[in-house]
Design a binder for this molecule. Structure first.
Ligand code: ATP
Ligand code: MG
Length: 252
């Protein structure tokens, strides 16, 4: 059984997608069979992987359909050990439709069940809301990784997310646990960033500190992870460490 990990934070622009993609590539490079799933209608993960969202008919939207759908046909191979289930704009409509369905919190769980055994890790790139898609992600995950930008508002947002995680754990998925926080876009020279990092470390298990670097941004339009662009880069090294931590913590 693969370990399912949601990369979640309702705050926008905190590097959820960048973290999902770079950790996914790092896990694949370490020989772990990895599936990354784009759960955002903006399709940033799909684009980050160098794909054009509208070129694919079978996406996560298909996999979430009421009548059910074979998720395998919605999965593409990106590289050795790394597969993706892409997203497209219509996911926004699907999320609204899902609200009126039975067992609406576990629609994603049902969708991914057939491929759980095929992968060591399934990473879910959540959208920046605590909406039904994020709840679905939390409902089928073993762990949550929380990317947090080292600024005050992002720091304050973590409490809200923790409350939602606790609620999903109580009501839907007792197995769920927080793997840790990845501090992102950290600037060592900025005093605030250091203070926020310290505050984060006091309250949470910080499993990585990723520096702010232009190379991480560049990956989005080159379709390359940081480690593919520059394997020894600090950002790539840090996501490599996060992936080691994930491997060490994951069940079986
Ligand atoms: N370490 C980094 N250094 C510099 N820029 C970064 C870094 N990590 C991510 N970025 C950039 O910050 C922006 C936001 O990152 P990303 O899209 O991963 O965040 P997100 O949390 O997924 O956003 P959203 O909430 O919109 O889904 C992107 O332009 C990305 O390229
Ligand atoms: Mg994103």
């Amino acid at each position: 059984m693969g370990t399912v990990i949601a990369f979640a934070n309702q705050k926008g622009g905190v590097a959820k997608t960048t973290s999902t993609y770079n950790v996914g590539v790092a896990l694949a490079k370490k020989g772990k069979r990895t599936l990354i799933i784009d759960l955002d209608s903006q399709a940033s993960l799909t684009i980050s992987a160098g794909l054009e969202p509208f070129e694919y008919d079978n996406t996560i939207v298909t996999a979430l359909k009421k009548e059910g759908s074979d998720i395998e046909k919605c999965i593409l191979s990106l590289q050795i050990n790394l597969d993706i289930c892409t997203s497209r704009l219509e996911l926004a409509q699907m999320e609204i439709e899902m609200i009126g369905r039975a067992m609406r919190e576990t629609i994603l769980k049902r969708a991914i069940a057939p491929v759980l055994d095929k992968y060591d890790f399934i990473l879910l790139d959540c959208p920046p809301q605590l909406g039904l898609l994020t709840i679905n992600a939390l409902a089928c995950s073993d762990y949550v990784v929380i990317p947090v930008k080292t600024d005050y508002l992002a720091y304050r947002g973590v409490e809200l997310l923790m409350e939602s995680i606790a609620e999903v754990k109580t009501l839907i998925n007792p197995q769920l646990s927080v793997m840790g926080v990845v501090a992102t876009m950290f600037e060592k020279r900025v005093k605030d960033d250091n203070e926020i990092l310290q505050a984060l470390s006091q309250k949470h298990n910080v499993i990585g500190v990723v520096k702010k670097m232009a190379i991480a941004k560049k990956g989005v339009y080159t379709g390359l992870s940081v480690s593919e662009q520059s394997p020894k880069n600090d950002v790539a090294t840090e996501y490599g460490k996060v992936s080691d931590y994930i491997i060490s913590k994951a069940k079986g």
